[in-house]
Design a protein around this ligand. Structure first.
Ligand SMILES: *Cc1c(COP(=O)(O)O)cnc(C)c1O
Length: 357
């Protein structure tokens, strides 16, 4: 039996994609082998690699001014790759709105003189701070933000206006979930395991000029330029993850693209937030305008009840609802692949749990 898996990542994949991948597992497209066993220099794999890029460009409206690469190491490796690739003045601005942006800020300090220009730590990351133009370092190499904060459940509602300074955004937990204007960003990066594919592949979308002058210390494997020049095939790529990402994007395209999934995501999130807001039992502490569409943290009246909730939900086919260990409580991650019925089932269970307790 398939369950509704509310994990923050790795997370659910669309069932039709899993079924398609399962069918192709022993014999992909009459090659007599699986994508896992295939040379990354073979024609069929080159076609997968190219199609994944084409689909991402089409779905996100990425212009030819930007390079798209598929790399390894997860979003966390990009925390270090960013300052090593963009290192003109060796100054950078960071906006700290959660645990991952804190981590990114921690890593950058090894390479670049970074400054936190805005933070929401004063209120447990429950909002997105306003970023005044006056706090931006005029000669910063870039400004870094985390667009959707997976652990605390907040999101930016629009790109920060940084003027001429490139905006770098970690979109790991919201890529392809709502429309974004790529032209407002210098770099967008995302680990695939939240909204796109199994873990292994990481997407980097970079304005070409920003990849041209990496620091001399930048390891070859972290250098965007290396992979741009080699079509992401400099070394052995995470081929299976990239293949599944390609199939997930094909699924998304057939569904109507990002606009269509955004509507569904808003419907799912509104349903859950409305239920929580109308209940005296559950609470979500995030300021309404900054609530994430993807990650919905909530608590019951006590930590003991939270534990019972997670256990009972599990018995009802609603899995991985425990909140992040740093935050506690519960968290429902409702990425693109979570069906509307999954959210409805969760709400039904929440009602019942409230009545019983
Ligand atoms: C999950 C996540 C990461 C870490 O991704 P890895 O691929 O595990 O390195 C970084 N940033 C955000 C916003 C995330 O959600």
């Amino acid at each position: 039996m398939r369950v509704y898996n509310f994990s923050a990542g790795p997370s659910m994949l669309p069932l039709p994609v899993l079924e398609k991948v399962q069918k192709a597992l022993l014999n992909y497209d009459n090659t007599g082998m699986s994508v896992m066993e295939m040379s990354h220099r073979s024609k069929p794999y080159e076609a997968i690699n190219a199609k994944a890029e084409d689909l991402l460009r089409e779905l996100m409206g990425i212009s030819s001014q930007y390079a798209v690469i598929f790399v390894q190491g997860g979003a966390s490796t990009q925390f270090e790759a960013i300052p090593l690739n963009i290192s003109k003045s060796k100054k950078a601005d960071y906006v700290v709105t959660g645990i991952f942006s804190e981590k990114a800020y921690k890593e950058v300090q090894k390479f670049t003189s970074a400054k936190v220009i805005a933070s929401s730590k004063d209120k447990n990351f429950s909002y997105i701070p306003k970023i005044e133009k006056s706090v931006i370092t005029p000669d910063a190499d870039y400004m870094h933000i985390c667009y959707n904060n997976t652990i605390v459940g907040t999101r930016f509602r629009s790109p920060v206006d940084t003027g001429d300074i490139p905006l770098v955004a970690d979109m790991s937990s919201m890529i392809l979930s709502e429309e974004v204007d790529v032209s407002k960003f210098g770099v967008i990066y995302a680990g695939a395991q939240k909204n796109l594919a199994p873990a292994g592949v990481t997407i980097v979308i970079v304005k070409r000029e920003l990849a041209e002058n990496p620091s001399p210390q930048c390891p070859t494997m972290l250098k965007w330029k290396t992979q741009i020049e080699q079509n992401s095939l400099y070394n052995t790529p995470p081929a299976f993850s990239t293949y599944v990402a390609m199939e997930v994007m094909q699924w998304l395209k057939e569904l109507g693209g990002v606009k269509a999934i955004q509507k569904i995501n808003e419907e799912k999130a509104n349903m859950l937030y409305d239920f929580i807001d109308n209940s005296k039992f559950y609470n979500n502490g995030v300021e309404k305008e900054f609530r994430s569409l993807m990650n919905v943290p909530f608590v019951s009246p006590s930590a003991d009840l939270d534990d019972t909730f997670v256990k009972e939900a599990g018995k009802n086919g609603l899995l991985t609802l425990k909140g992040h260990r740093l935050v506690g409580g519960m968290r429902a991650s409702i990425y693109n692949a979570m069906p509307v019925d999954g959210v409805k089932s969760l709400i039904e269970f929440m009602k019942k749990f409230e009545n019983d307790n």
